[in-house]
Design a protein around this ligand. Structure first.
Ligand code: SIN
Length: 303
């Protein structure tokens, strides 16, 4: 029987349109396998850099109304250690490696290293809202996005996604720059720059003061970004930001996303969120007599 959820995104064949978002459970083969076994159509690693990085002190995560605020500071063991961890890739779904760096040349070096690993695609993190010298400090500038994507494109030939920040007035301009420079797809969005204060101590709660907000509170922003980007680029979009049910996944697909990433909802609902979303989307497609999930991508623009 035909799998109505099957899709492809920039050449990656997916058994369903859900992916693990970067940042959660993304550093070991064991944890990535548990996400794949829970039903994700693809998985994305935690963002990796060339050098190991400790990240910020605690607290790095705080629950707030409508979501989660985090400022981890890009902690990771370095790309080389991750490549060793992936040496025996036992995943049955595509693995996308998330990369951060501090300059276009360094992105290219990191991508070259990544291409020696058993990975199926790269996601460039030019959107972390609180890391000095990297993340959105680079990715708010369309010219720098072009330089980064071109540098990586000249180095590797694999699906290349660019994860964009919503913390700009013109995310469409960033998406267009990424497309022009050779990106295969856009991930929209990374977290929204935000903070929380403890009124008893009158101090900011996060050790880094400023963090990134994810979860249902950011969903309308993410949805708007996907909708606007879809109108302006031809490359596929992966929607990310507050997907926590099959209904919210359908909203992203109809706005123009070819797939959705799930992160924060894992903290609240556990890994069963992947089956919940996939089963719900499948029932929806059948109820509406669609033959494939691809048929509802961008539907909101045609109605
Ligand atoms: C972090 O590690 O602090 C989060 C990474 C990101 O926001 O991209």
């Amino acid at each position: 029987m035909k799998n109505v959820l099957e899709t492809d995104v920039a050449g990656l064949k997916l058994k369903n349109p859900t992916m693990l978002a970067a940042g959660i459970l993304g550093l070991s083969m064991e944890s990535l396998m548990s996400v794949a076994n829970a039903g994700a159509g693809a998985v994305v690693s935690k963002s990796l850099g060339i050098e190991p990085r400790h990240g910020y002190g605690n607290p790095t995560v705080v629950q707030v109304e409508g979501g989660v605020l985090n400022a981890m500071g890009l902690p990771n063991p370095g790309i080389q250690v991750f490549i060793q961890e992936m040496a025996e890739n036992r995943l049955t779904v595509p693995l996308i490696l998330s990369l951060y760096a501090f300059a276009p040349k360094e992105f290219a070096t990191a991508a070259t290293k990544a291409s020696t690993a058993e990975v199926n695609g790269l996601e460039l993190n030019v959107s972390c809202p609180h890391a000095s010298g990297t993340g959105q400090e680079l990715g708010r500038d369309p010219k720098l996005i072009m330089d980064i994507v071109k540098a990586v494109r000249e180095t590797v030939n694999m699906p290349l996604f660019v994860k964009l920040t919503p913390n700009v007035t013109d995310i469409v301009g960033l998406a267009k720059a990424a497309e022009k420079a050779g990106a295969s797809g856009i991930t929209a969005i990374n977290t929204v720059k935000a903070m929380a204060i403890d009124i008893e101590t009158s101090k900011p709660i996060l050790a880094n003061i400023i963090g990134g907000l994810s979860g249902s509170a950011v969903r309308p922003i993410a949805l708007r970004c996907v909708y606007e980007i879809y109108e302006s680029v031809k490359i596929p979009i992966i929607g990310c930001g507050g997907v926590d049910s099959w209904q919210t996944a359908v909203q992203f697909l109809q706005a123009g996303a070819s797939a959705v990433q799930i992160g924060t909802a894992i903290a609240t609902k556990g890994l069963s969120i992947f089956r919940e979303v996939n089963d719900g989307v499948e029932r929806f497609l059948k109820r509406k007599s669609y033959g494939s999930v691809k048929e509802i991508v961008g539907l909101s623009h045609r109605s």
